[in-house]
Ligand binder design. Structure first.
Ligand code: PMP
Ligand code: GLN
Length: 383
């Protein structure tokens, strides 16, 4: 048995969603939206199935989607992409990330990652033999400690991994932070891997800037997107990536043996979405902002410390006031599900470095207003 995987616990998202079901809790834990994406995309996907698009498409993805991905990159971030050599369609960003780690890293390489981080990065990067060098974002706004970041770069550093807008915090990396990261990548000849699955989920006057759009970065940066986030179809598991062919080539070799390809019916629908449904994804930010402001206000009134954010659909709250003696974020989140009927995600598990904070939980608020209101009522009654 593989030592790393046989000792891994089940992901916290699965654990908390199962617990939420068992206790009929309002699930503000795992990140998935109540409101689904455009109807036309569903129609195109099902029609494509009936039109005989049911055999293996090219391992790179269907040309329509790869062309749409290239147009989307240029239109939204001003980054020109050659669809034929610089795009790849993946089984969600999750498989894209795994293919990047497997295709780009060697044993002994170091990867700088910002702590806290989305849980899939850690094991997949380690399984490729690389070591993770965590750089902890500073509370309360999850800002980048620039000096610590510079000090973390060493002779073995192969890659800096960036997730903006960020899960679990909702932080958007600022231009200053991005410029500092770009400068380090260029000076030390380091690759950047950018998980930008929440690229359109931005509000409060903030703007998402892709690291790949900065001078000198297009040739050293791979950037990932997801239809799960952009079109609120998390079960479709269609993702994409753009990057220079020199980096994409070994990633494609990993992808061809991980999954080979992605259902073509869904790819066709996502191609339509990227080309024609920008109204949908551009409306996500303003809709989410209203929900966030509501939850912020209610949680603050109850005594939660709400941490600032400008993107994604997560709100991190300080629950110190509610912790019982000896209780950490995991125990609190479980108690809140079982006794209070509201489910959150404890975020200590998103940290790789020693002594993670154990007083923070994440609320996911891309939910119907009635569900958010029900959660608030339950919190009022319980806490
Ligand atoms: N990266 C981040 C930061 C995420 O939050 C998610 C959400 N699951 C993913 C990647 C994976 O995306 P997908 O569902 O497209 O695999
Ligand atoms: N990305 C989602 C979240 O952070 C969950 C994805 C998953 O369950 N693996 O909540």
């Amino acid at each position: 048995l593989n030592e790393l995987f046989s000792s891994l616990p089940t992901t916290i998202f699965e654990v908390m969603s199962k617990l939420a079901m068992e206790h009929s809790s309002v699930n503000l834990g795992q990140g998935f939206p109540d409101a689904e994406g455009p109807e036309t995309m569903k129609q195109i996907a099902s029609k494509a199935m009936y039109d005989f698009h049911n055999q293996y498409p090219s391992l790179l993805g269907v040309p329509e989607l790869r062309q749409a991905v290239a147009r989307h990159s240029l239109a939204n971030q001003g980054i020109p992409v050659d669809w034929a050599t610089e795009t790849l369609v993946t089984v969600g960003a999750t498989e894209g990330l795994a293919a990047c780690f497997l295709g780009l890293l060697n044993p002994g390489d170091e990867v700088i990652m910002f702590d806290p981080m989305y849980d899939s990065y850690v094991s997949m990067a380690r399984r490729s033999g690389a070591a993770i060098v965590p750089v902890r974002l500073r509370l309360p706004d999850f800002s980048v400690p620039l000096e610590e970041l510079a000090a973390a770069v060493g002779p073995q550093t192969k890659m800096i991994m960036l997730n903006s807008p960020h899960n679990p915090s909702g932080k958007i990396f600022t231009r200053t932070e991005l410029e500092a990261i770009a400068d380090l990548c260029i000076r030390h000849d380091v690759i950047a891997l950018c998980d930008e699955v929440y690229e359109h989920l931005v509000f409060g006057g903030a703007k998402h800037i892709s690291l790949r759009s900065l001078p000198g970065m297009a040739e050293r940066c791979v950037r990932l997107g997801s239809a799960g986030k952009t079109f609120s179809f998390t079960a479709w598991k269609v993702g994409w990536m753009t990057g220079p062919s020199r980096l994409l080539n070994p990633i494609i070799k990993a992808h061809q043996f991980l999954v080979f390809t992605v259902p073509s019916s869904l790819q066709r629908a996502v191609a339509h979405g990227l080309d024609r449904e920008s109204e949908f994804y551009l409306s996500l930010g303003p809709t989410l902002e209203v929900k966030r402001r509501y939850l912020e206000r209610e949680l603050a009134a109850l005594g939660f410390g709400v941490l600032p954010a400008h993107g994604a659909y997560f709100l991190v709250a300080d629950v110190s006031k509610f912790l019982r003696s000896g209780e950490d974020d995991v125990a609190f989140a479980k108690r809140l599900t079982v006794e209070g009927g509201v489910t959150t995600i404890p975020i200590s598990g998103f940290y790789v470095g020693a002594n993670p904070p154990t007083h923070l939980v994440r609320f996911c608020y891309c939910k119907e207003d009635s569900k958010l209101e029900a959660a608030v009522e339950r919190l009022k009654a319980y806490l």
